[in-house]
Every structure is written in C-alpha cells, then in structure tokens.
Design a protein around this ligand. Structure first.
Ligand code: SF4
Length: 265
C-alpha cells in the first residue's frame, strides 16, 4: 500500500473514532511510507455499497468536496497539528500540552454543523494537563451556561482560546504572545465560518475587537468581528468569583440565543 492510501485510511478511521467518542482528538498524525510490495488498490474495489467511494485513493481535498464537514474537520486537524509543533512565543516553554480547541464531529449532519465559536483567553492548569479547553471548574460552568442556550461542544459549538498554551500563573497573555498565536485562531474561524462568535471574558473581547473598553461596558452588545455577529459576556471564572454577575451573564446569553435563532432560521 502506498503512503497516500494509508493516509486516507487513517483519516477515515480517525474521523469515525472521533465521531463515536464525541470529541475530536488532536493526536499527531503518523508518517506513512510506501510498502515495498505495492498491492493494487483500485477505486472500484474500494467503493462502499452505495458506491460513494469512501475508500478512494484520491487526495482528501479532492475526494471530499461534497462533504463540507469532513473538510472542516481535516482543516482543524491540520491547524491542531501545527499548534502542537509551535514554538512561536515564550509560552511554549511552560506548556505540558497545547490546547488547540474542541468541537463536535457528527457524520449525520454534514452541513453547517458548528453554529457558534466560543472564544476564551487561554488554557488554565486543568486544560494544560488535559490538552482540552475549559475543563476545570470554570469550564464546567461554561458548559452549563452554553447548554442553557442549547449549545454543546460535542454538537454545535467549537471552543477555542486566544492563546493555545497556558500562560504561567494564569496571567493575561502578553500582546506578543496573543499576536504570535492569532494565526491559529484566525485559521480556525476561517475553517469553521461560525454564524456567531461568543467571547467570554475581557481578554478575549479586547483581543478580538482590538479595544481597551472593558467587559462591563461591552458585554451583551451585538458587535461584529470581520463581518461575523459577535457578543461578549463574562468569563465563567468571574461568575465563580462574583455570583452577582450571573444575572447579567444570563441576560447576555438569552440575547445571544435569540440572535442566533434569527441567524439560523
Ligand atoms: Fe505557539 Fe500559540 Fe503556543 Fe505561543 S501560545 S507557542 S504562538 S501555540
């Protein structure tokens, strides 16, 4: 078997595995080499029973033009792979794991599966250990906030951060760190094309909108990020510190939901 064929098979089975587990894993893609004795692998013999040719040896980008979600997933994998190798700023020397982001994979709904990107500031200690965004206490609260407006990371939203490596002691990312990492977030936004962006917390708001205005002033307001409807609300860590912020955050989320319903109607 040729290396290219092995790559296609690997991508297919990895995608199936992500689907069944409910989460995307961003493990490093193995390097494949050609077998010494090349076995014939014709397109005809590799077609599934509906003739859709899932096992075709064509390059992924050519093969899957009708399968938008598959291509998004492949692109997100490529971005995650690049993040895992990145030494673009000083944060690489502190990380245990990179945290590229996390979203759904669902074979049953190919088109426009990710409605929303939720963007926070950067990984904390739990996220650094697990290589997944928003998995600590604040992350559990974020999941509850999102589920209250029918958003789920394993179904219809993608969660990412401004920086993909943990800033030491959970400090704010420095401008040079945010700038160095921005290309990955931009690539994710371009691949996903979300219908709306929800920024959580001051750092995400200020970085994305390039503003010095605080979250107190701008939360709950519909703005735009490069033509994409955008709203910021409080970071779940802030809600854990100050319960009085729960009510305004809830009002923000209700507004966000009703806007999203307009957008996906
Ligand atoms: Fe690279 Fe971003 Fe990590 Fe810096 S924070 S090392 S730019 S992935």
């Amino acid at each position: 078997m040729k290396a290219e064929e092995k790559q296609v098979l690997y991508s297919f089975f990895k995608t199936a595995s992500d689907y069944f587990s409910g989460y995307k894993s961003y493990e490093k893609i193995p390097e494949f080499t050609d077998d010494t004795e090349v076995i014939s692998f014709t397109e005809e013999s590799c077609q599934d029973k509906n003739g859709s040719g899932l096992f075709s040896v064509k390059p992924v980008s050519e093969e899957c033009t009708a399968n938008e979600t598959f291509l998004i997933s492949e692109e997100l994998n490529r971005i995650a792979e690049a993040v895992s190798l990145c030494t673009g700023c000083g944060l690489c020397s502190f990380r245990k794991n990179v945290v590229p982001g996390e979203g759904p994979y669902n074979f049953s709904n190919f088109q426009n599966i990710i409605d929303v990107m939720v963007i926070g500031e950067g990984p904390g200690a739990d996220e650094d250990v697990q290589g997944r965004p928003f998995v600590g206490k604040a992350g559990q609260l974020l999941d509850k906030m999102l589920s209250a407006i029918d958003l789920f990371r394993d179904r219809n939203c993608f969660i990412a951060n401004i920086v993909k490596c943990r800033p030491p002691n959970n400090r704010d990312p420095l401008p040079e760190e945010s700038n160095a990492c921005r290309k990955f977030l931009e690539a994710q936004i371009t691949a996903i094309k979300p219908k709306a962006i929800l920024a959580v917390g001051r750092v995400a708001l200020q970085n994305l909108l390039d503003t010095k205005e605080g979250i107190t002033k701008l939360h709950g307001k519909f703005l735009e990020y490069k033509g994409i409807p955008f709203m910021a609300t409080y970071h779940p860590s802030a809600l854990l510190r100050d319960v009085n912020l729960k009510r305004p955050a809830w009002e923000d989320l209700k507004l966000f939901r009703s806007k999203l319903e307009e957008l996906i109607r």
